[in-house]
Design a protein around this ligand. Structure first.
Ligand code: ZN
Length: 148
């Protein structure tokens, strides 16, 4: 009997949940800067994130990505692992480090862009960085997920 009640509640919650669609655009330039350093969304929002590289330098010299890390990630330790992962465009390939990634774009060069979509997860502060070697100290921001 208990099980039946729980099921009914879950169905209702699903019906009344209004997932909002949010669009966020972040630019990265040849000066190693993101133009957006704070993003706020609500738990459950469907987020479209567009990364635009507004510079002219190629990917090998000034590559940018947006890697959103789960709350509580040691950013410096993650970035150190990431910069060694040249073969996978600076996305750590080992399972333990990969676990820390909530979502990510691909690496783009001047004039390129990439779009990703994700559903905002558990409330918290998600730091996002560019994992190209040497960039994360300047190129980072925080995606705040508010509770519903
Ligand atoms: Zn970068």
């Amino acid at each position: 009997m208990k099980k039946l009640i729980l099921t009914a509640v879950a169905v209702c919650a699903g019906t009344f949940a209004h997932a909002e669609e949010k669009k966020v655009e972040i630019s990265g330039n040849d000066q190693m800067q993101f133009d957006v350093k704070a993003i706020e969304v609500t738990e459950g929002d469907k987020v479209t994130l567009i990364l635009k590289h507004t510079g002219k330098l190629p990917k090998v010299a000034m590559g940018h990505n947006v890697v959103i890390l789960k709350p509580g990630t040691d950013i410096a330790a993650f970035a150190t692992k990431a910069m060694q992962a040249a073969a996978t465009e600076y996305l750590p390939a080992d399972e333990e480090t990969k676990e820390k990634i909530f979502a990510h774009t691909k690496l783009v060069g001047g004039g390129e862009e990439d779009t990703i979509t994700f559903t905002a997860g558990e409330p918290g502060a998600y730091t996002y960085i560019c994992t190209f070697p040497g960039h994360f100290a300047l190129m980072q921001g925080v995606l705040t997920v508010k509770a519903k």
